[in-house]
Ligand binder design. Structure first.
Ligand code: FAD
Length: 238
């Protein structure tokens, strides 16, 4: 529910249990448009499957979702990576958070299973909004010895961020409409490779790019696709 009347959000806030008095321990500007925000608290009783997200009430009438990118239960640290695109209340709220702020957090949730543990090969596609998911995936992909590849559609100022975040096996693409171009998509190297025919494809980020990529995957492979658009141009919240 990205938007609702104030009274409704107020009523929900009264009845749901929150993680109260969580302190923002660090805010790191990764680039002009990306921030990593660390929260300090006791997260030991919470389950964090890959793709777990938190609904933040970003003003009286709007809530927005952000993925848990990393949790260190022993140190009591939970992190998110936010895209500051400047167009909406979520981005503005995140931009305003400062180290030392104390917040009540909604409990992390996970409605969908992003991670097919049985898949031999996984390709994870997304943009700046998917970097948190990319980080959450990495330890699992390595631990379970999957073959994996990240395809990331990023603004030029963020081309060095995947390396900075310690991601591996990534290919960075410019945001120039490639992922909406059928002819270009059909010529992707993975589609020429036998190995990627039966892979598991996890598509997030820009919903238009993810949809077009899904169609290309269906045209060119027998792989399984999991699609969750994180935002759509012109649409508030998703
Ligand atoms: C399950 C889930 C997990 C998510 N995890 C993350 C995360 O970890 N980090 C993160 O940054 N985002 C994440 N998102 C995406 C984030 O919730 C959306 O980008 C959200 O729309 C931002 O809210 P807003 O109020 O800033 O903009 P909105 O009010 O929703 O939108 C206002 C305008 O801005 C445009 N817009 C929205 N997002 C973007 C964007 N990223 N780039 C350019 N234009 C945009 C919209 O199309 C619209 O035109 C996630 C979304 C989902 C559903």
């Amino acid at each position: 529910m990205p938007s609702a009347p104030k009274w409704l959000f107020d009523a929900v806030d009264l009845i749901i249990t929150k993680l109260s008095s969580i302190t923002i321990s660090n805010v790191q500007l990764l680039s002009a448009s990306l921030k990593r925000i660390s929260f300090a608290g006791d997260f030991s009783k919470i389950n964090f499957p890959v793709g777990a997200y938190i609904d933040f009430r970003v003003n009286a009438t709007d809530a927005r979702r952000y993925t848990v990118s990393n949790v260190d239960i022993e140190k009591g640290i939970l992190e998110i990576i936010v895209h500051l695109h400047g167009n909406g209340p979520g981005s503005n709220f995140m931009n305003g958070l400062r180290a030392g702020d104390v917040v009540d957090l909604n409990r992390p949730r996970s409605e969908r299973n992003y991670y097919a543990k049985s898949a031999e090969r996984l390709l994870i596609f997304g943009d700046e909004t998917s970097l948190g998911l990319a980080c959450a995936f990495l330890p699992e992909l390595k631990k379970k010895k999957h073959q994996f590849l990240y395809y990331l559609e990023l603004d030029e100022e963020n081309w060095n961020i995947p390396e900075q975040l310690g991601l591996e096996n990534f290919v960075v693409f410019p945001k120039n409409g490639y992922f909406k171009n059928e002819t270009w998509l059909d010529q992707l190297a993975i589609f020429q490779s036998k190995a990627w025919q039966e892979a598991h494809y996890v598509l997030t980020g820009n919903a238009s790019s993810a949809q077009a990529f899904k169609k290309a995957i269906k045209r060119n492979t027998k792989g399984k696709v999991f699609l969750h658009g994180y935002w759509l141009a012109g649409k508030k919240g998703l």
